[in-house]
Write a protein that binds this ligand. Structure first.
Ligand code: NAD
Ligand code: TYD
Length: 365
């Protein structure tokens, strides 16, 4: 199938101080010497300038971090004009399902209104140009939950369960609408769960690693048999770049790691890695810290991605296996205590845990 080439020169990356965004900015400045990047990030609890400190040191002349809100249309319009932006890669979002259960409206504001604000600023700034691209970074969670069989395809109907996934679904629809109605050259990637360095420790993998290292409980929701499709963050960044530069305008590409371990398997694997790297003085396994806690409301049971379209059209495949990726990730957290300290100083998120921990808690049999 044919692809459509786009050559970015000046990019606006929203959410570039967050987990995936910071990897993307690092990746594209290192791999493409002729591009300039403006990172627009509100620096919420999830955005951390430390995530970009090495990028700033290595490529400061081609990178600028602007603290600001994607809902601020005047600011977005000014950045697009001042930097002659020809490519927007949009990652800024409220991204954590548990927080969306506690406070859904922030998700609607940033993920829905923020995306619409960006799209409209792009439409006005680019007025009919074809040599531009709006790439939207989205999630597999828009498709809802799978039963025992099957995988999400690009034409799977949307069926989101959480306020987070519903707000991301809304943002995907807006992106397609701006493509169809105004002819804005848009592409979308819907990706499965990412993991790797710099991930804020409210998400499963870094939370488990850091809790284990500080002797705190490892809270497994429900029976721990939920299944996610895990992708190493660097692989995701390569997929985003390919879709933004070679993907066909108007198209969606599913991205995933082609693996489906249960949550409990992930947690036990992390415990075993830590047992090897940082053995407990008692020679017990970190597994002793596992606690089953009350399930998340509306908890999706299984995600699995069909990645044949991006593989066939754009030649993308994940390079990292779950085994090598998890080992790298645990080592990174062990080697970066100053980053962990800076994140913890903002206060841990324990809202969901605090509310539910007392209700049901027992160690693994
Ligand atoms: P993250 O929470 O680590 O980072 C989000 C960033 O957006 C932060 O730097 C934050 O400061 C910024 N931000 C939040 N609200 C903003 C606003 N109003 N204006 C400007 N900046 C704002 O998230 P992440 O895990 O890096 O996810 C990035 C994107 O990828 C999100 O759109 C998410 O939906 C999507 N995604 C994430 C995963 C995953 O597993 N983490 C999987 C698929 C898709
Ligand atoms: P998470 O990292 O929050 O990503 P998402 O909800 O977007 O998939 O959670 C991954 C899975 O791990 C999900 O099924 C919920 C589960 N989970 C736990 O069992 N315990 C935890 O403390 C967390 C944060 C998640």
């Amino acid at each position: 199938m044919s692809t459509s080439a786009h050559t970015p020169r000046s990019l606006l990356v929203t959410g570039g101080a967050g987990f995936i965004g910071s990897h993307l900015v690092r990746h594209l400045l290192a791999a493409h010497r002729d591009v300039r990047v403006v990172t627009l990030d509100a620096l919420t609890y999830a955005g951390n300038p430390m995530n970009l400190a090495d990028v700033q040191a290595a490529h400061g002349g081609r990178h600028r971090l602007v603290q600001g809100d994607i809902c601020d249309g005047a600011l977005v319009a000014r950045l697009l004009a001042e930097h002659a932006v020809d490519t927007i890669v949009h990652l800024a979002a409220e991204s954590h399902v548990d927080r969306s259960i506690d406070g859904p409206l922030a998700f609607v504001r940033t993920n829905v209104l923020g995306t619409a604000t960006l799209l409209d600023a792009a439409r006005r700034a680019w007025a009919g140009r074809a040599d531009v691209r709006f790439h939207h970074v989205s999630t597999d969670e828009v498709y809802g939950s799978l039963g025992a069989d099957g995988r999400f395809r690009e034409d799977t109907p949307y069926d989101p369960s959480s306020p987070y996934s519903a707000s991301k679904a809304g943002s995907d629809h807006l992106v397609r609408a701006w493509g169809r109605t105004y002819g804005l050259p848009v592409t979308i990637t819907n990706c499965s769960n990412n993991y790797g360095p710099y991930q804020y420790p409210e998400k499963l993998i870094p939370l488990m690693v850091l809790n284990a290292l500080s002797g705190r409980p490892l809270p497994v929701y429900g029976d721990g048999q939920q299944i996610r499709d895990w992708l190493y963050v660097q692989d995701h960044c390569e997929a985003i770049w390919l879709a933004a530069t070679r993907g066909r305008p108007g198209e969606t590409y599913n991205v995933g790691g082609d693996n489906q371990p249960t949550n409990l398997t992930i947690v036990k694997t992390l415990c075993h890695i830590l047992d090897e790297l940082v053995p407990l003085p008692t020679h017990e396994s970190y597994e002793k810290l596992i606690r089953f806690v009350q399930d998340r409301p509306g908890h999706d049971r299984r995600y699995a991605m069909d990645i044949r379209k991006i593989a066939q059209e754009l030649g993308w495949r994940p390079k990292e296996t779950l085994e090598t990726g998890l080992l790298k990730t645990v080592k990174w957290y062990l080697d970066h205590p100053e980053w962990v300290r800076s994140v913890h100083s903002q206060g841990d998120y324990t809202g969901w845990l605090e509310k539910n921990y007392a209700n049901r808690s027992q160690s693994v049999p």
